[in-house]
Design a protein around this ligand. Structure first.
Ligand SMILES: Nc1ncnc2c1ncn2[C@@H]1O[C@H](COP(=O)(O)OP(=O)(O)OP(=O)(O)O)[C@@H](O)[C@H]1O
Ligand SMILES: [Mg+2]
Length: 441
């Protein structure tokens, strides 16, 4: 049902329907004018014939002779085709004595049981000596003309309209398929799959094919520039890593030699922060590169969550938090156990760091991991932004961290083809990560 509605909404189908309506309207107009002209010509010819007959019958110009002529003509003719009537001083004679419609030249349905007259006739009346002479001819020719026109209409207009409609549906189906392929590719590109390209479109090329190729070119350019950007960031990180590490070593040596210089402690703390940021950035770049997928193995989400919660229990108690674990039918998924542990660690650490106290619950429901807290939460309009690298909420400026934890979570979820949703825990933040359950074949 929706499929047909979609086809009706395609440009080729709309154009086809408009063309069919235009074609039918133009053809009907042309047929109507032609039919009217032919009808008029036929009526003119009939009028001339009827006039001739009246002239012949009234040639004597004397009532009795006209009456005689009419009677004689009635005997010769058939009332089905020719009506004759003379309304003279001695009464009415002829093969039709029924009612006569007013007017000189007119068409009418006539009926006279006595003379077996019943049908549609074309009549011409004329005042002649002593009265009125009326001659009529059956209108069969007009009816035939109308029938011919109806036949021509049915055998030309209807098949043509049907043919055009069928052609339109075929073209619309093809273009709907092309539009769907383009939409699908655009949706994948929008979702971040920059490698998405249009499938080969069968059939002769058209404007949609051109749009499709343009999208492919755009995606290829985008993919290339993102790859170049990644490469540059990775190169910078890589080139800076060694000097920074050397600097850290030098600072620690300096601290050993001059333990009383407090400024060296501060410099050392800063350098540690820089090293941590670099390591996280490189880690995210590496995960986004997708290389560790080869290490994927079955991971039991329940036991992983148990381990992580145990690991953080003491820290949670220290900060006045209450860390729980709720397992509901935990599933096994295919993934990297270490990275999945890192994901849970980042989410638990966030809950510990960004909420002052209260309950923190880790749920494992089938193949979903949920970490929910009772803190200030993240405003709806910032929930996408916090996934960006180095992005932190204004209120978190004074808390330690560098805004890379959730970016790493996002990269790990994408690597596992999962979904990540940040929502309101009323109050607090609720992070839901959904994976596909692993089933052994
Ligand atoms: N559970 C939470 N409750 C409230 N705000 C949060 C929570 N988790 C994250 N945020 C907000 O989102 C921001 C980004 O989080 P993210 O984990 O990426 O960085 P971070 O925790 O600040 O630093 P780190 O790189 O050490 O993780 C945080 O700075 C904080 O403002
Ligand atoms: Mg964090």
């Amino acid at each position: 049902m929706t499929h047909w509605r979609e086809i009706l909404r395609t440009t080729p189908m709309r154009l086809t329907l408009r063309l069919v309506v235009l074609f039918v309207a133009a053809s009907l107009g042309a047929f109507a004018v032609t039919w009217w002209l032919a009808n008029e010509a036929l009526l003119d010819a009939t009028e001339t014939v009827l006039e001739q007959q009246i002239d012949e019958l009234s040639a004597a110009d004397e009532p009795q002779a006209i009456g005689q002529a009419v009677k004689a003509a009635v005997k010769r003719s058939d009332s089905d085709h020719l009506l004759l009537r003379y309304d003279g001083p001695d009464g009415t004679v002829g093969n039709y004595l029924g009612r006569l419609p007013p007017g000189k030249f007119r068409q009418s349905d006539l009926e006279d049981e006595q003379h077996d007259v019943d049908g549609h006739y074309i009549l011409l009346g004329k005042n002649v000596a002593g009265g009125t002479l009326t001659v009529g001819q059956d209108a069969e020719a007009l009816t035939e003309l109308r029938d011919v026109f109806i036949q021509v209409l049915t055998f030309t207009l209807l098949p043509t309209a049907l043919l055009v409609l069928t052609g339109g549906v075929f073209i619309a189906l093809r273009s709907a398929r092309r539009a769907a392929a383009i939409e699908d590719t655009l949706a994948r590109l929008t979702a971040g799959d920059l490698a998405a390209r249009l499938p080969v479109l069968t059939g002769p090329p058209d404007d949609l094919t051109r749009v499709g190729s343009a999208i492919d070119r755009l995606a290829a350019a985008q993919e290339a520039s993102v790859a170049a950007l990644r490469q540059v960031s990775a190169d910078i990180a890589h080139d800076l890593k060694t000097p920074i590490q050397r600097l850290a070593v030098l600072l620690s040596e300096a601290r050993d030699k001059a333990p009383h210089l407090e400024v060296l402690d501060r410099a050392s703390a800063e350098i540690d922060g820089i090293v941590a940021t670099f390591q996280s950035l490189l880690r995210i770049a590496q995960i986004e590169g997708g290389s560790p997928r080869s290490r994927f193995a079955p991971v039991d989400l329940g036991s992983l969550a148990e381990t992580m919660v145990e690991l953080y229990e003491a820290a949670a108690e220290e900060t006045g938090h209450n860390l729980h674990l709720t397992l509901t039918d935990p599933a096994t998924i295919k993934g990297d156990r270490m990275l999945l542990g890192q994901l849970l660690a980042n989410l638990i650490e966030n809950a510990l760091r960004h909420t002052s106290s209260g309950a923190i619950t880790v749920f494992v429901e089938n193949a979903s991991l949920i970490v929910a807290d009772k803190g200030p939460g993240i405003p709806k309009e910032e929930r996408q932004a916090v996934l960006r690298r180095l992005y932190r909420l204004d209120r978190s400026r004074s808390t330690p961290g560098n805004g890379l934890g959730l970016s790493l979570v996002d990269a790990i979820v994408k690597l596992h083809d999962g979904s990540l949703v940040l929502s309101d825990n009323d109050p607090g933040l609720r992070v839901t990560v959904r994976f596909a359950e692993f089933t052994e074949m």
